[in-house]
Every structure is written in C-alpha cells, then in structure tokens.
Design a protein around this ligand. Structure first.
Ligand SMILES: *Cc1c(COP(=O)(O)O)cnc(C)c1O
Length: 395
C-alpha cells in the first residue's frame, strides 16, 4: 500500500497541467521577449495565462506578477510594502505567530534592519482574531500580513474582516494564500488585499512557479535585477511552459473544487473521528474553520520524527510539525502558538489529503497510525512514566 498524505507539502501535477507544459515546451519554446513572431507566440501564450489566472482570482491581468513560487511572492510583497512604508516613516509591520517561514524570516530580516515587527498571537484553535488586528494597526503601519489558510493545521483565517480593517485604516494588506488558492474560493476583491501570494505546486501545477497579485497602485520593487520582464519588476526569462501548466492546473482545480471538497470533507470526518479514539491525543486547529484536506493531531508520549519513519515503512507519506529533520530540535512554531507544550508539540502528525485519495486510503491510515502510535508508546520511557503516574498527562 502507498498512501500519499502530504498534499500541503506538494502535489502531483495534474494531467492537464502536464499536457499544457509539454505542449508549450514543444511548440512555443521561443523567448517571449524576442521580436520575431515565434517569440511573440510565447508572449501571447504568456498573456493568455496571465489573463486566465487573473480572472480566476477576480483580478486584472496587469495585477499578476509571475514568480518562482510562494516563497518569492511572500518576500517580494513584504519587502515592497515595508520599504515603501519606511520612505513615509512607517516602520511597523503586523503579522501573526503562525505564518510560513517565507513570511516570518522576511519579517526577521526587516526587524534586523530597524523595523518594528508585531506578531499577533492566535487562539487555541489556531485562529487570528480580527479584533487583535484592529487594535494593532495604526497610521505607523507599513503592512499587515496574515495568511489565508495555515499550512500546518489548516485553519482558515478571517481575511475578509482583516482586509476591511486594513482598508479602513489605510494600511496595505498582504495574504499568503498558498494553501488556499485552487482549494477554497479566493477572490482578491472580496478579501480586499493589496498583495496575495500563490504557488502552483500546491494545486497540481509544477514546482518553481507561482504568482503575486499586486493591486493596481500598490508599490512593488524587484528582488531580481536584470531584464525588463514582468514590467521591470521580476527579471529573468519567463518559464512559459510552467506558467501555462500553472494556469491549466488552476482552472481545473477551481472547476473541480466542489466535488473535490465534498470528498475531502468526508475523508476528513472519517479520519478525525477515527484518530480521536487514540487515547491522549488532540486535534490541532479548529474543527470546522479548516481546510477539508487537513488533519493534524498531537499524540502524547511519542516523537513525531519516529512516527514518520515508521509510517514511511508502511508506505505512508505524512508530515510532522516537529522540525528535527531541518536540523533544529525546536518544535513547530505553529503548535507552540496554539498552546501545545514542547513535549506534546513534538508528537505531532499532519495528514493532508488530495482528491486522488480514497476511502481505502483512510481505512489504511486508521489501521496503521494507531498501531504505530501504540508501538512507539510501548517503547517510550516518557509513556511509562505517564502510565505509572510519575508524570502528569497533558492531553
Ligand atoms: C508551500 C508554502 C509556501 C512556499 O511556497 P513555495 O512555492 O514552495 O516557495 C509559502 N506559504 C505557505 C503557506 C505554503 O504552504
């Protein structure tokens, strides 16, 4: 059995995206900046993709900048707004404790350059409170950045309310919508954001390509200097095949969203209900305000790292909030932000399903996850102490 349950990390390319990719790579491989007609064909395809992506997000084609993915889009949006704000003496940046590292590390860099960074806390359910944003924003703010859906615990944030607050106070608003675009409805006008980041490989497109929505009139500075591509805001020959694949993937994802989410919701209910029977566990993130693909749990008395390795032996691709693999022993900042203590946060498991997953996959997960948790607990000295009452259970 092989179960891919890590769609928040990346997704398989959709057949329509692969087809668009190979067609463009074969037939329209000219450089869109070349003046001869073969180059102009590539340019026309690029324009058509920009228009398609824009219309699928409720944006204007001129408001879409192609990038190398979510990380670049986040960097460009935040740095653009921050430096534009600083010119007017605004050096305060507001964000949240549960953002992706592409946001958090960019903010850290700006903090080292003298910006004031405020990271708002979240509720135990992993939700940002719009009231907190309202209290924190004032005329000194250069930017508010709040993600649309969290990549670890799947919680969906009140971005429309936050957008309204920002508009009322005249503060630019960026949202990292990488986990949302192609999965739940996203309309830049409804959100009322100035910047929105998306990444193709999270919705069945290729890796290494994404886009940044930049509202007309919002400042934008380039991160990469060179040619005049993307209206001078992102140098480098455009990856037209990848962009064509991204446009195709987005179109198909949005068209199939209703059906996909009905399936995912059913699988999620089954998975959450089933895993809840494991003793001393807890669901991470709000039960309802979450992506239908995301199931995240903490199991007391185990290490997420060992859990992943044993699941890998059983053919399951999953993820853990524990960041041991990245060489640090710190547990996930998201799990700490929702109030999990270190030991509990280390025992986390994130299963993120996609529309190619089946009922059988979920049944298999419901068989192997409890077995593996049990096996690890039986070997764990921490679990023995908990059972013998030498330590208090937290969950
Ligand atoms: C994956 C992800 C990113 C980074 O996107 P890349 O295209 O891999 O650079 C940023 N933010 C969130 C919420 C993500 O899930």
């Amino acid at each position: 059995m092989f179960v891919y349950a890590d769609h928040a990390a990346t997704t398989k390319m959709r057949p329509e995206a692969l087809k668009a990719y190979t067609e463009a790579a074969n037939a329209v491989y000219g450089n869109p900046s070349s003046l001869y007609s073969f180059g102009q064909q590539a340019k026309e395809l690029l324009t058509a993709c920009r228009e398609k992506i824009a219309s699928l997000l409720g944006a204007d084609a001129r408001e879409i900048v192609f990038t190398s993915g979510g990380s670049e889009s986040d960097n460009q949006a935040i740095l653009s707004a921050a430096y534009a704000g600083a010119k007017k003496g605004k050096k305060r940046l507001i964000s949240t404790a549960i953002e992706h590292h592409a946001v958090l590390h960019t903010l850290k860099k700006l903090e080292n350059e003298g910006f004031e960074v405020v990271l708002l806390p979240v509720t135990q359910e992993g939700l940002v409170r719009a009231e907190d944003v309202e209290q924190a924003v004032d005329e000194r703010c250069a930017l508010v950045s709040v993600m649309l859906a969290n990549n670890e615990i799947g919680t969906i944030q009140p971005v429309e309310e936050i957008g309204q607050i920002c508009r009322a106070k005249g503060v630019p608003f960026h949202t990292d919508a990488v986990q949302a675009v192609g999965h739940i409805p996203v309309d830049v006008k409804k959100i009322g954001c100035d910047y929105l980041s998306l990444s193709a490989h999270k919705f069945g497109g290729p890796k290494g390509v994404g886009a940044l929505y930049v509202k007309k009139g919002a400042p934008l500075r380039s991160l990469i200097e060179g040619g005049a591509q993307e209206r001078g805001k992102r140098a480098g020959t455009e990856d037209v095949p990848a962009i064509a694949a991204m446009a195709a993937a987005l179109e198909v994802s949005i068209a199939g969203m209703g059906t996909a989410n009905a399936l995912l919701k059913r699988l999620q209910d089954k998975l959450i209900d089933g895993l809840s029977h494991i003793p001393h566990c807890a669901l991470n993130g709000d039960r309802t305000k979450r992506l239908p693909s995301n199931t995240s749990f903490c199991f007391e008395g185990i290490e997420g790292e060992s859990l992943l390795l044993l699941l890998d032996d059983k053919g399951v691709c999953a993820s853990s909030g524990s960041a041991c693999t990245s060489g640090s022993l710190d547990p996930s900042h998201v799990l700490l932000a929702i109030g999990r203590v270190h030991d509990v946060a280390h025992g986390s498991l994130r299963l993120t399903l996609g529309e190619e997953n089946t009922e059988e996959d979920v049944e298999y997960l419901l068989k192997v996850v409890p077995e593996v948790v049990d096996y690890l607990r039986n070997m764990s000295p921490v679990w023995r102490d908990l059972k013998e009452g030498k330590r208090q259970f937290i969950l």
